[in-house]
Design a protein around this ligand. Structure first.
Ligand code: AMP
Ligand code: TRP
Length: 347
């Protein structure tokens, strides 16, 4: 007889998501993640957001830059609309429950599962003997990030789908192995017009903070001139925009710009195409640039203002970490108990 499948509905709705402070944030992070984190907060669901510094060090990070990028990431969250009074915002390493549960999940996850992770294969490339062990184990730590809070929903971009499937597998295996109904089987939330923003130089590659070409991405720190220039120079094809979305099927660069316009303006890609049907990129690109500057400039300005007071950012992260710890610690205590570990130390 099989156990009934655990659905997130049996757990209190709680959102968790994270972003790596491994570089400056991009328009991809904003549209695929940050903007949607704010929407979830504003819907009134309990939201926990994390700068995952322990994930960042799976590849080399200069310590001073890591500190700077973590603060900059926090400033970006707040500037984009995350309110530390309504969401919990912190950096991962301040809450040790992540590392602790990560270890337990290293013992739940199977080598075969981990070897199938496409992001690991992409990042390791031909160099798999030389990458860190942490890079291989990374998705188990990501499962721990989520399940240390028994989070039921995780908003992410398209590229994280496989990692979230692994999180579900880990939750199910833990529940089965220990014969408990303890962890929720988390739902990915991959929604919106821009779940995968592509490089401005190559429509087959994801826009990424680690791309060597700065022209490939819009950074949240770019000023209006840089944003406009990058959009003007973005790779496209010579055709005008079609009447319907179908006409963009084999035109990845054009499709990407339409998706970006849609996500920034809060429209569907269909309605953007309907509005610009027959327009040349000479017309569409300046309109896109204008929209991007209008939406991103206030965020950049606010980020710059917040970055002038790094001590205040650190205080916000510290308070967030205390709140996060208060949720995760009792869950970890239960986990130790379920696994059979003695907890007799007097504190
Ligand atoms: P990362 O920068 O890899 O830590 O990603 C943080 C979040 O941003 C994750 O939810 C990603 O899925 C999302 N994300 C990163 N790059 C993109 C992109 N090009 N398009 C859409 N979402 C993205
Ligand atoms: N792996 C995610 C990325 O690279 C970042 C991440 C770490 C994350 N832990 C998480 C995202 C937990 C969502 C939930 O984008």
């Amino acid at each position: 007889m099989s156990e009934p499948v655990q659905t997130p509905q049996t757990f209190t709705p709680r959102i968790f998501s994270g972003i790596q402070p491994s570089g400056g944030l991009t328009l991809g992070n904003y549209l695929g993640a940050l903007k949607r984190f704010v929407e979830k907060q504003d819907e009134g669901i309990e939201t926990i957001y994390c700068l995952v510094d322990m994930h960042a060090i799976t590849v080399w990070q200069d310590p001073e830059k890591l500190r700077q990028q973590t603060r900059e990431g926090a400033a970006a969250f707040i500037a984009a609309g995350i309110d530390p009074a309504r969401s919990i915002l912190f950096n991962q390493s301040q809450v040790t429950a992540h590392a602790e549960l990560g270890w337990i999940f290293n013992c739940v996850a199977r080598m075969g599962w981990m070897s199938r992770m496409t992001q690991f294969k992409d990042k390791a490339g031909k160099n798999s003997e030389n990458v860190s062990l942490g890079l291989f184990a990374y998705p188990a730590l990501m499962a721990a990030d989520i399940l240390a809070y028994k989070a039921t929903h995780v908003p992410v971009g398209e590229d994280q789908k496989q990692h979230l499937e692994l999180t579900r597998d880990i939750a199910i295996k833990f529940n089965n192995d220990y014969k408990v109904n303890f962890f929720p089987v988390t739902e990915p939330v991959i929604e919106g017009a821009a779940t995968r923003v592509m490089s401005l130089r190559d429509g087959s590659k994801k826009m990424s903070k680690s791309d060597p070409s700065d022209q490939s991405r819009i950074n949240l720190t770019d000023d209006a001139d840089a944003i406009s220039a990058k959009i003007r120079k973005a790779k496209t094809d010579p055709e005008p925009l079609p009447e319907t979305l179908d006409g963009l099927k084999d035109r990845p660069e054009a499709r990407n710009l339409v998706n970006i316009y849609a996500a920034l303006s809060g429209q569907s890609a269909e309605s953007v195409v309907a509005e610009f049907a027959g327009a040349q990129f000479g017309t569409f690109k300046p309109r896109l640039a204008e929209l991007a500057v209008a939406k991103l400039s206030p965020i950049t300005t606010e980020m710059n203002r917040l970055m002038r007071d790094p001590a205040e950012i650190d205080r916000i992260l510290g308070r967030g970490a205390e709140q996060a710890e208060a949720i995760a610690r009792p869950i970890l205590n239960d986990v130790y108990d379920i696994v059979g570990m003695i907890r007799s130390r007097q504190v």
